[in-house]
Design a protein around this ligand. Sequence first.
Ligand SMILES: Cc1cc2nc3c(=O)[nH]c(=O)nc-3n(C[C@H](O)[C@H](O)[C@H](O)COP(=O)(O)OP(=O)(O)OC[C@H]3O[C@@H](n4cnc5c(N)ncnc54)[C@H](O)[C@@H]3O)c2cc1C
Length: 478
Amino acid sequence: MSQKFDVIVIGAGPGGYVAAIRAAQLGLKTACVEKWIDEKGAPVLGGTCLNVGCIPSKALLESTHQFHKTQHADVHGIATGEVSMDVPKMVARKDKIVKNLTGGIGGLFKANGVTTLQGMGKLLADKKVEVTAADGTATVYEADNVILASGSVPVNIPPAPLTEGLILDNAGALDIDETPKRLGVIGAGVIGLEMGSVWARLGTEVTVLEAMDEFLGAADKDVAKEAAKIFKKQKLDIKLGARCTGTEIIDGKEVLVKYTDSEGDKEIVVDKLIVAVGRKPQTNGLLSEDCGVKLDERGFIFVDEQCKTAAPGVYAIGDSVRGPMLAHKASEEGIMVADIIAGHKAQMNYDVIPSIIYTHPELAWVGKTEQELKADGVAIKVGKFPFAASGRAMAADDTDGFVKIIADEATDRILGVHMVGGIASELIAQAAIAMEFCSSAEDLQLTVFAHPTVSEAVHEAALAVDGHAIHIANRKKR
Ligand SMILES: Cc1cc2nc3c(=O)[nH]c(=O)nc-3n(C[C@H](O)[C@H](O)[C@H](O)COP(=O)(O)OP(=O)(O)OC[C@H]3O[C@@H](n4cnc5c(N)ncnc54)[C@H](O)[C@@H]3O)c2cc1C
C-alpha cells in the first residue's frame, strides 16, 4: 500500500516550505516534494527565492552598496585610498549565504517532522501524487490534501536566446564573476533595476532597455519620477519605449543588441546581456489530465481567494497563482492554506502586500497609488515628507527620497503609502502594520516616534496629510 499523508506540498520554495512547516506545526502528517537537486543528488530547498532570487540578489546588492559607501567615505572624513572589489569573493559570500539558508530549511523540516520527497511531483486524480526521483523511480503517494507550490520560471524572448556566459537569465546574472565593462539589461522591472544597480556601482556602463513608454508603470508616479531622476544620477541609462528586436554574438565574447525606439532602429554592443522581462508560472508536468485542477487564460493555476483550486482538497499558492510574484505573498498564502486544512479560520489581506525594489535608495509601497485612487473617484488627502529634512538621514548621508501617505479625505483612513529612501524596505512595514489595523493618518500622527530616527519621516508624512508636518513648510489653506 502506498504511503499516505495528511498534506503533500509540491515545491519547496517560500510558498511550499512555509506551508509544509505550518501544516506540520498544526499536527498534520506532511511531506514536501522538491525536484531541484544539487551536484550530489540531494534536494535543494528554498526555491527561486533562496537559491536564485531574493536572497542572492540582496547579498550582491549589499556588497556593492558597501563598496559604494566605502568609496564615498571621505564625506565622513574617512580616508580609504583606492577601493577595489574582489568579485569572485563577493559571489562566494553570496553562495555561502544561500547554502546556509537552504541547509537551514532541511533542518527546520527535520525539527518539525516534515518528510522531504526528492523528485518531480505530479498531481493525479483523487489527490494522489506521483513522485519521480532523479533516478527515474516513480512512487505514488496518497494525501487528504495537496498544496501546489510549483513557483515560476523566467520568461525568455526569441530575440535574445540565452547563451552561456553572454546572454543570461536571472540565475546566470547572479553568477557573473568579473565586472563587465558594458552590461545590457532587457526589462526595467524589479530584477532588471536591482541587477543593473549591482554592476553600475562597480563601474559597469549599464544600459537598460524597457519596451514600455512609462517607467515603473505600477508604482505611484511620484515614486517613479523620483527614482528615474536618481537612477540617472547613478548613470543607469534607462531607455524607455526600446524594444529588443535581435541579438548577435560577436567573436564569442560580445553581444550586439538590436532595438527599436520612437526614433527607429538602433544597436548597442555589451559584454553581457541580462534578460529580465518577467516570469511565468511553472506547471509543466505538474498536472495529470484527470486531476481536476484548471489553469486560467494566462497559464496560472486557477484558485479562489482562499487558494482553493477546482479540485476539492487541492490548493495552489505563490507564483503559480494570480497576484504579485513575491516571496512574502507566497509564504502568507502557504500559512493561510495550512490553517484552512487544519480546520482553522484563515484569510489573507491581498490589499496590504508591500512591494519593494532594493536599489539605493530603495523604492517601497503598500496599498493604492494616488493615480489609482483618483481613477476610482476616491477623494483623498496626501502628505509627503522628504528625507532631506530628516536629521537622522542627514547624519547617515542618505537624504534622497520621501515618504508619501495617502488618506481618505472623508474618513482619514490610510489607503496607500509610497516611499523612496535608504531603508524604505524596513519603513514600509510600519505602513503595512498601520494599514492592516485600518489606521487613520491621525493614528500615526498621535503615535510617538523616537528621535532621531529615519522613521520620523513616516510620522511627519502622516502629519503632512493635514498640513501639520513640523519640519517642512506645508500649511494647508483653510
Ligand atoms: C532575481 C530575483 C529576485 C527576487 N527578489 C525578490 C525579493 O526581493 N522579494 C520578493 O518578495 N520576491 C523576490 N523575487 C520573487 C520570489 O523569488 C518569488 O516570488 C518566490 O520565490 C515565489 O515562491 P514560490 O514558493 O511560489 O515559488 P519558487 O520559489 O519558484 O519555488 C517553487 C519550487 O517548486 C519546485 N517545483 C516546481 N515544480 C515542481 C514539481 N512538479 N515537482 C517538484 N518540485 C517542483 C521548484 O524546483 C522550486 O524549488 C525575486 C525573484 C528573482 C528571480
